[in-house]
Design a protein around this ligand. Structure first.
Ligand code: SF4
Length: 251
């Protein structure tokens, strides 16, 4: 699965593939070509977010591992993850040689309770997500120029205008979504073809997996994201969507 990598002009580029010029028409490029271009363009200032919940991050991790072993991935460990997700993450990173940064919030769970009270996720989930996801990611991305994410346009109406190549002014980085135009079937086909490992909860009725207090399984035919913040009108943690819109430069 993994091969030896040669050093390109920015220190990290894969050896045996031509680097595509995708800036003219990024929507027509394959996700692998988008990643190759991004690795060539940003080198070690590029980073990939992986939640180890849904299949999209795993697909991108697999693709990236075939291109380079020098560009790091990162994941947000809120302290509220399912133990299955943490165990899966630890097991699977033995298989992929991509460096992984595990981000933790500035406030411990105890400090959060002290400052905001217990079960913040239930009374003020936006603040909880801000403390445990948005702030750690903002701190981390200060050291990077570009962020690769697995979001797809057909996941939610709010994600429907996600560009493959965008700019996130809030986080101050280029935001690259190689799978923006892919369907769930495209993702599943890649998983099948390349034998990509998936979070075991996905075969237990969970279709979109986040923190344990805010995630439930969904019924057959139900929207895959219906199990996230199911008892409230919250649909996003705030990393991708702010004020109902995808964060990017031209909004
Ligand atoms: S998903 Fe829930 S538990 Fe996790 S950070 Fe957001 S509100 Fe808190």
């Amino acid at each position: 699965m993994h091969k030896a990598f040669e050093t390109g002009h920015n220190g990290v580029v894969v050896s045996d593939h031509e680097i595509p010029d995708i800036e003219e028409s990024p929507e027509a490029a394959t996700p692998q070509d988008v990643l190759r271009w991004a690795v060539d363009r940003y080198g070690e200032r590029l980073t990939l977010s992986v939640s180890f919940g849904g299949p999209e991050g795993m697909v991108l991790l697999d693709m990236l591992s075939r291109i380079t072993d020098r560009v790091p991935a990162f994941t947000l460990d809120t302290g509220f993850l399912f133990e299955e997700t943490v165990a899966f993450r630890e097991e699977i990173m033995e298989r992929y040689r991509v460096p992984l940064n595990v981000l933790t919030p500035g406030l411990s769970l105890e400090e959060q309770v002290e400052r905001y009270g217990p079960e913040l996720w239930s009374c003020k989930p936006d603040i909880c997500c801000e403390v445990r996801k948005v702030e750690p990611q903002k701190r981390y991305l200060r050291d990077y120029d570009a962020w690769v994410t697995g979001i797809r346009r057909d996941q939610t109406p709010q994600r429907a205008d996600t560009p493959v190549l965008g700019q996130d002014d809030f986080f101050g980085v280029a935001k690259i979504a190689p799978l923006a135009g892919w369907s769930a079937d495209d993702v599943e086909a890649y998983v099948h073809e390349y034998d990509v490992p998936l979070n075991p909860l996905l075969s237990m009725g969970y279709r979109s997996i986040g923190c344990e207090p805010c995630t439930r399984p969904v019924a057959p035919g139900e929207d895959p994201r219906a199990g996230r913040w199911a008892d409230s009108d919250k649909t996003e943690c705030g990393i991708h969507i702010a004020g109902g819109r995808v964060r990017r430069a031209d909004t």
